[in-house]
Design a protein around this ligand. Structure first.
Ligand SMILES: Cc1ncc(COP(=O)(O)O)c(C=O)c1O
Length: 411
């Protein structure tokens, strides 16, 4: 997240034109969408881009359509690069954040006894991937301790583990799926750079919600999806690969004819760019829709989005705080727009169904999603409410009132 140079007066606040943004978002007419951490609502230009491309494919042929839109396809890499403060050659398209993450892990030649140093709040699928690497390659998984007050990883203790264990990989999730906790990924990155350790960041829940600068974070690899706070289509994500990693010759376990040249019968050569992490086949309508979503986010402006979105979540937490039978679970000094609540006396599915019936989209998180975090919080499940900048203060208050009503109804 960007820091400000205090020697200069702050730039005038760019404002969001909420009415225009909502008019641009068809879903706003039918639902109170507080499931942006699941999947954001598409904006009209994104939808139109995708439908237009499907029409073109149907009219002139799939290969011909992608050739006709080659410049816009290439803009996926340019737009994501601008979003992350890097170059297009450092970006690879992926079918999901998890796909990008697996590709990144597959590029590391893990040996028995290698250490993966991670956090207790890293994403469930990343933890499962580490366990799978432990089973197959005998790596050791080390979880850095958290601060006792629930404010996330203790970076000093993590840095001490870096020095003592010299991990093959340091992995941190910026914002987990199961709470609004924001982990200090740039602070962790400074230690990784100082000690020259390979650093992988999962920015799936933070990209599109905050300004993400890969230089500032100091990561070697970063993964995200397009469908959440970036408001892109389902089935798309990306991987950032640093020049350090490309230059050192890292490549995924399986490359194809797009990621490598078959230069002689017994020899292939990976391409120079992050395209070595991609596959030849692209879902072109989705790639174009994702590029349109990233351009849309850049036009709206990440600084005002990064102010408004967590502020709406903070308003919701205030509305829920102190309600009998309701516990707000998010830790840390400045949580992200994932508001997680435990509600006494309800089973998860009926509770979510009751929110659905009130026109509110939400999501459930279960103990399995967050073995460490939910054990610490002593909860088996929670409701996750994740607003975005296009939601209104009235919607926030309506959602708080719906939770209050349902919590009361079991008393
Ligand atoms: C923190 C985090 N990382 C990774 C993912 C996985 O993203 P995808 O479903 O695109 O693989 C999610 C999805 O919820 C997530 O919340």
């Amino acid at each position: 997240m960007k820091t400000q140079d205090s020697a200069f007066a702050p730039a005038p606040e760019p404002l969001l034109d909420l009415a225009a943004l909502r008019a641009d978002t068809p879903g706003c007419e039918s639902v109170i969408h507080f499931n942006n951490a699941g999947c954001g609502l598409l904006a009209r230009p994104v939808l139109r881009t995708m439908v237009d491309h499907l029409d073109l494919e149907a009219t002139i042929g799939g290969y011909e359509a992608s050739a006709a839109r080659a410049a816009e396809v290439a803009d996926f890499h340019a737009a994501v690069a601008q979003l992350l403060n890097t170059r297009p050659g450092n970006i690879a398209f992926a079918g999901s954040a998890t796909h990008a993450y697996s590709k990144a892990l597959s590029a590391i030649d893990f040996r028995p006894g290698d250490v993966i140093l991670t956090t207790r709040n890293d994403f469930i699928s990343n933890q499962i991937a580490f366990l799978s690497l432990r089973r197959r390659h005998g790596v050791e998984i080390v979880h850095a301790p958290d601060h006792a007050d629930g404010s996330g990883v203790d970076v000093a203790a993590m840095a001490a583990l870096m020095r003592a264990r010299r991990p093959r990989l340091v992995a941190a999730t910026h914002v987990p799926t199961n709470s609004g906790l924001v982990q200090p990924v740039a602070e962790i990155g400074r230690h990784c750079r100082e000690l020259d350790l390979l650093y992988l960041v999962d920015a799936c829940q933070s990209v599109g919600q905050f300004e993400i600068d890969v230089e500032e974070i100091g990561c070697d690899l970063l993964t995200a999806t397009c469908r959440k706070f970036l408001r892109g289509p389902r089935g798309s994500g990306f991987l950032f690969v640093s020049d350090r990693v490309l230059g050192a010759g890292y490549e995924p376990l399986f490359l194809d004819m797009h990621g490598a040249r078959w230069v002689a019968p017994g020899y292939y050569r990976p391409v120079d760019t992050a395209a070595r992490f991609e596959e030849w086949e692209f879902p072109y309508a989705t790639v174009l829709g994702s590029a349109a979503a990233v351009r849309y986010a850049l036009r709206v402006g990440l600084p005002p989005v990064a102010r408004r979105t967590p502020a709406l979540a903070a308003r919701l937490r205030t509305g829920l705080a102190g309600l009998p039978g309701v516990r707000v679970l998010d830790g840390g000094p400045a949580p992200a727009a994932l508001v997680t609540v435990a509600v006494d006396g309800w089973r998860p599915e009926p509770f979510k169904a009751a929110m659905d019936a009130r026109g509110v989209n939400s999501a459930l998180s279960f103990r399995e999603f967050a073995q460490f975090d939910f054990a610490d919080k002593e909860v088996e499940w929670c409701l996750r409410l994740s607003p975005h900048y296009y939601n209104t203060e009235d919607e926030v208050d309506a959602v708080a009132a719906a939770v209050a009503e349902l919590a009361r109804s079991v008393r």
